[in-house]
Design a protein. Structure first.
Length: 370
């Protein structure tokens, strides 16, 4: 900290992102990125977008022309998202990752007098963001089996956010539970963070017709392989989207760059490719979960592209360190209730076979040492 950092700057508790290793080659299972590249149409569209007009008719699109500002309304991308979900374009807002969308939503709907409720074990960026925006952050404890206790949210008297499926547990609530929360909180905004929805959970978008207090937040980072493109979005009633746009135009009007806008629009349109990748990842997930259970692990029921796992013999930190020494990066939080668990992103089949082989070796080394 410099001596110039403001008082409120000193009080921030920034989020710690997962490690992006340099140098040594790791099997990277620590930040829930896709192990597969984006749709091949993404690179094609970006390259085509760079073509300069040569005066012929019709002129090439030049949409990748970085000399010009990006479209603040991100029209083609917003339309691709609206078409995918069967909503109107004015029900969609896009952001620089869903982290930025979360900031727009929190700033629009919460403030000092209007706190936010979330689970005690969930995405660590929520409390960091509330600290930045001066929003009181309240938590509701997950049950002992790490499921969300919906009773905590019904009639809670404040805005809430529910990651569904939740991270880092991977567990999901049925849509009926989300609907009960929406029905019981009609005077408050209910945000549903669906970063992992494409891996086996039902989206709440279908509830928008009946609940004007719903904001659904999604990202291109996981199921559409564009974590580095930084694109996320929200779908809600048009008035709530207009509220979020007030924040966006007060903060960063050109928030999504031209290349990412192109990339995300193509990724959204290539439904077949997304489906194929998600199916493959879910298959690998189930095989990995089975393998771990056979080794005596507790594996939570995951509807995501990661597993939350605990060994019945190896401590969380020892397991984490053992994997790292063997070139495998995963994520662990030194926190209450979850310190013995690791969050393991699903990689390719080959990567997960190596992960299981190393795990087996670590277990037998321990036994040999007694
Ligand atoms: C990964 C993740 C996000 C953020 O994704 P962006 O890369 O910022 O779009 C949001 N919420 C949850 C629960 C996540 O796991």
């Amino acid at each position: 900290m410099s001596r110039f950092l403001s008082k409120s700057g000193q009080a921030l508790l920034p989020y710690t992102p997962g490690e992006q290793p340099k140098g040594r080659k790791f099997i990277k299972l620590n930040t829930n990125e896709s192990p597969y590249p984006p749709s091949p149409n993404v690179a094609k569209a970006i390259l085509a977008g760079f073509e300069e007009s040569d005066g012929t008719d019709p002129a090439p699109p030049e949409i990748a022309n970085l000399r010009l500002y990006s479209d603040p309304e991100a029209k083609p991308l917003v339309k691709a998202i609206a078409d995918y979900y069967g909503v109107e374009p004015d029900q969609v807002i896009v952001g620089n990752g869903s982290d930025e969308i979360l900031a727009f939503a929190f700033r629009a709907f919460c403030d000092k007098e209007s706190p936010l409720l979330a689970a005690d074990i969930t995405y660590g960026f929520y409390p960091a963001l509330c600290g930045l925006l001066d929003i009181p952050y309240r938590t509701a404890a997950l049950k002992d089996d790490f499921s969300v206790d919906t009773e905590d949210y019904k009639g809670c008297g404040c805005n809430c956010i529910i990651a569904n499926p939740n991270a880092p547990t991977g567990m999901a609530l049925p849509l009926s539970a989300i609907e009960e929360i929406l029905a019981a909180n009609q005077g408050q905004v209910v945000m549903v963070d669906e970063a992992y929805v494409d891996f086996g959970c039902e989206s709440a978008v279908s509830l928008l017709k009946r609940y004007e207090n719903l904001v659904v937040i999604q990202t291109f980072s996981k199921s559409r392989s564009l974590a580095g493109g930084r694109v996320g979005f929200a779908i809600a009633g048009k008035e709530l989207i207009a509220d979020m746009n007030r924040v966006k135009y007060s903060f960063n009007p050109y928030n999504v760059n031209r290349l990412s806008m192109l990339a995300a629009a193509e990724a959204m349109k290539d439904r077949e490719y997304t489906k194929l990748c998600c199916e493959r990842i879910c298959g690998t997930r189930e095989r990995t979960a089975q393998g771990l259970r056979e080794l005596g692990f507790k594996v939570l029921d995951s509807r995501t592209n990661f597993l939350f796992v605990k060994s019945n013999s190896m401590g969380g930190k020892a397991y984490f360190d053992g994997l790292r020494e063997n070139g495998i990066l995963v994520r662990r939080w030194d926190a209450d209730r979850i310190g013995e668990y690791l969050r393991v992103s699903i990689g390719t089949d080959e990567e997960m076979e190596e992960f299981l082989a190393v795990t087996k070796r670590l277990l037998s080394d321990r036994e040999a040492r007694g």
